[in-house]
Design a protein around this ligand. Structure first.
Ligand SMILES: Nc1ncnc2c1ncn2[C@@H]1O[C@H](COP(=O)(O)OP(=O)(O)OP(=O)(O)O)[C@@H](O)[C@H]1O
Ligand SMILES: [Mg+2]
Length: 258
């Protein structure tokens, strides 16, 4: 079986840069000719939107395939180019999650879908998760081999990271012994403030220097790019955002070669 890396971007906290990191990291990796799939597990469908797929053209089939794997059809995948693909359930995931009960919930549903249909076709899968640690995030983490935790560098956010790490360990114990934390990704980072630097150091002390990915600075181009359905390197190649995400991608790929 082909060696595939399946990486979830997770944090319970909203607006910490999960989706921005997911689509830009995936996009930059696909430019290196790794065949890459983004799975948008957030009912907000922001990763889909970021790549120009609106609420109206998201297929309910993705969610049907989670409940009945035989319902799978190629049409659940949108092709951006030869190396970059995206799928997700958008608003249909909301209803799906609402109707789940602890008894009806199959935590392996997404993993089964990936291993039945995507595993041989991709080098990387990135999963964007909603800002919660409920069913949809559980599905995502059970299906993943690695996790990136994007976080702001302030007191409350760092406390939130500890909660996410505990949750990942619960998933590891109960369902997915293979899952590892690939790294914590400081976002909206401002190296000119002492508080940013202080909490970056704190993260390094708490989780180990090798677990902290290169920080992503506050950069307005990152917030503008989705309005044009573009990734950061297509929107502004010379931006801080493109520079910072390129560093993160190199850190991810160094691990790939080992
Ligand atoms: N480094 C950055 N600098 C400036 N703006 C950013 C940066 N990263 C993300 N943004 C903007 O901040 C907002 C929140 O980012 P994003 O949607 O990636 O967060 P999220 O964690 O996915 O949010 P949610 O929890 O709602 O899914 C978006 O408008 C995004 O364009
Ligand atoms: Mg998001």
């Amino acid at each position: 079986m082909k060696k595939i890396r399946i990486i979830a971007l997770t944090n319970k906290k909203g607006g910490c840069g999960k989706t921005t990191s997911c689509v830009n990291i995936a996009g930059l990796i696909s430019k290196k000719k790794y065949k890459t799939l983004i799975i948008d597990m957030d009912p907000q469908g922001h990763a889909l939107l970021h790549l120009g797929i609106t609420k109206n053209n998201v297929s309910p089939l993705f969610v049907k395939s989670l409940t009945d794997i035989n319902k799978y059809s190629d049409s659940i995948i949108f092709k951006k180019n030869e190396y970059l693909y995206i799928t997700g359930g958008g608003k249909f995931l909301e209803e799906y999650e609402k109707n789940l009960t602890p008894n009806s919930f199959n935590p392996y549903a997404l993993k089964q879908l990936i291993y039945s249909y995507f595993i041989d076709n991709f080098d990387f899968i990135f999963i964007d998760t909603p800002p919660s640690l409920e069913f949809l995030t559980t599905l995502s983490l059970v299906a993943s081999k690695e996790v990136i935790i994007p976080t702001l560098t302030n007191f409350l956010s760092i406390n939130g990271v500890e909660e996410v790490v505990d949750f990942i360990y619960e998933i590891k114990t109960e369902y997915n012994p293979d899952i590892e934390i690939l790294g914590i990704l400081p976002t909206f980072f401002n190296h000119r403030t002492n508080i940013g630097k202080f909490f970056l150091e704190k993260l390094k002390k708490s989780f180990g220097e090798d677990k902290i990915l290169p920080p992503i600075r506050n950069n307005v181009a990152l917030a503008e790019a989705p309005n044009f359905g573009k990734l950061i390197d297509e929107y502004k190649k010379n931006s801080l955002g493109n520079f910072d995400y390129t560093r993160v991608v190199l850190a991810i790929l160094i691990k790939h070669k080992k």
